[in-house]
Design a protein around this ligand. Structure first.
Ligand code: ZN
Length: 212
């Protein structure tokens, strides 16, 4: 039972009680951790599609962003600019992704870091595989990054305790992404890509590559 709950979280992202979901809906923050499997006709290959999205109001924040398997920044395929803040910021297409999702309610934070890849099957639609790299609940950070202490943004992250009361932090590879997503869930009226970066010519070439 417990295992299937973790499997669902790994695949779909953090799960919240109905009351929390209702609160989040009212704030207008639209965070979409769901990943899609897409097929590129010209390149004849299957890929994963994610949307970097979310933002914050003073009371709470919810954001999802993406990095590569080593925790390094990835480039977006397409930047999305909306009239309304705290929505979709950019689209990423890749063969494998590490998803970094954070939820903040006042000074309390949840963090989920998951790895996603495609299990390719000859002549068939591939299956999405997901694994949890870090799950921290009820982490705390007293600094009010969305208000008086905004100057500390980008240099502070919540600390998480294990069930036995010890400090449990994500592995060093994910610290940079955690700092960025902490900043994002404190970014009121967010209109930024906090994790994805602008495309470089090198990866634009990669996207248009067509097999011989
Ligand atoms: Zn922002």
């Amino acid at each position: 039972m417990k295992e299937s709950r973790l499997t669902t979280i790994a695949r779909r992202g953090l799960a919240f009680p109905a009351e929390t979901r209702e609160q989040m809906r009212k704030t207008g923050i639209r965070c979409r951790p769901q990943l899609e499997i897409v097929y590129q006709q010209r390149a004849n290959q299957w890929k994963l599609r994610g949307e970097e999205s979310g933002g914050a109001v003073a009371l709470l924040g919810h954001y999802v962003g993406f990095v590569d398997g080593q925790g390094k920044a990835l480039s977006w395929l397409q930047r999305v600019q909306n009239f309304l803040p705290n929505g979709v910021h950019a689209v990423i297409i890749a063969s494998e992704l590490v998803r970094v999702e954070m939820f903040r309610f006042e000074n309390t934070y949840d963090l989920l870091i998951t790895k996603h890849w495609l299990d390719l099957k000859k002549g068939r639609r591939p299956e999405l595989r997901s694994g949890i790299l870090f799950l921290g609940r009820n982490g705390s950070l007293e600094t009010e990054l969305w208000g008086n202490d905004a100057a500390f943004r980008g240099g502070a992250m919540p600390h998480f305790l294990t069930r036995s009361g010890e400090l449990g932090s994500p592995d060093s590879a994910w610290i940079d992404a955690t700092l960025k997503v902490t900043e994002a869930v404190c970014c009121t009226g967010c209109r930024h890509n906090h994790l994805l970066e602008a495309a470089t010519s090198a990866n634009l070439l990669d996207l248009t590559e067509v097999p011989a």
